[in-house]
Write a protein that binds this ligand. Structure first.
Ligand SMILES: [Ca+2]
Length: 278
């Protein structure tokens, strides 16, 4: 079980991003095998004696462990808490956070069979990549659904600036799909009559740009009444069912992506979904 040791080492670096990644992996394992994930988690914590590190990891557990593993983790936290009276508050906060997350309703009822990983940013940016340049994407706490959403800040209209998940091979041309999600904007400016903060499923070329024939489905940039420019509160977008076309010859990948299409400013996204319509 080499990778279990790798996980333990990552947790022990004390780096919060590492700890979040490990907890994300555990939560994913916990969907199919909550008992296995729980014993791994116990294993990690039992190797820890330093109270300072323990309090850190307990806090990360409170912020990240969700899904089927959450119900199993609560009794474990209650039990370990007894051994560390000085850390009672840290344990209690995490227990409350996990309990509350189980009660939180998502903004949209679209969580089943979502083909995206970490679609609500509860595990930071795990599963997501950025094309970079003048854009920054950061997880933001206490906004959107659950505990986190993602914030994008784009300084230039002509920057590619995408946050994406590569779903090449996950989706099959000829089958029907739907995308949806929530967007909120702050002072987004777009060059033309179209453009703005969008969510999309597009084919991309080797540089991450979408050529004219690569557009599959893009939301938030053209419907006049719902175009995400200026400052707008959380707005829900849901596409029609559409059939995925084959990949054009000038493209190399299929991305689910967030973008400032021909625009700049600040925007937030949360509760995204990509589902197959059967
Ligand atoms: Ca969220």
């Amino acid at each position: 079980m080499l990778w279990v040791n790798t996980c333990i080492n990552l947790v022990n670096t004390g780096d919060e991003q590492n700890q979040r990644e490990v907890m994300y992996v555990l939560s994913q394992i916990g969907i199919a095998r909550p008992d296995v994930a729980l014993s791994m988690l116990k294993n990690m914590i039992s190797k820890r004696i330093d109270e300072n590190s323990l309090s850190k990891i307990i806090r990360v557990i409170g912020e990240t462990i969700r899904g089927p593993l959450a119900g199993k983790v609560l009794p474990m936290l209650e039990e370990i808490k007894q051994k560390y009276p000085l850390l009672k508050e840290v344990f209690d906060n995490s227990i409350i956070e996990i309990r509350n997350s189980e009660k939180t309703k998502p903004l949209s009822p679209n969580s089943k069979e979502n083909l995206l990983l970490n679609s609500s940013f509860e595990y930071g940016l795990s599963g997501w990549n950025s094309t970079g340049g003048s854009v920054a994407y950061i997880p933001v706490k206490n906004l959107g659904s659950g505990q986190h959403c993602v914030k994008g800040i784009e300084e230039r209209e002509d920057n590619l600036g995408r946050l994406y998940q590569d779903v090449t091979g996950v989706l099959i041309p000829g089958r029907k799909y739907k995308i949806s999600g929530w967007i909120k904007t702050e002072k987004v400016e777009a060059k033309g009559e179209r453009g703005g903060a969008v969510l999309a499923l597009n084919y991309v070329d080797q540089f991450g740009w979408t050529p004219r024939d690569g557009f599959v489905m893009e939301l938030g940039w053209k419907e006049k009444e719902k175009r995400m420019v200026g400052t707008r509160d959380w707005t829900y977008f849901e596409s029609e069912e559409f059939t995925l076309p084959p990949m054009p010859s000038d493209c190399i990948a299929l991305w689910f992506l967030l973008d400032f299409n021909d625009g700049k400013g600040t925007a937030y996204w949360d509760d995204l979904s990509l589902t197959e319509v059967k």
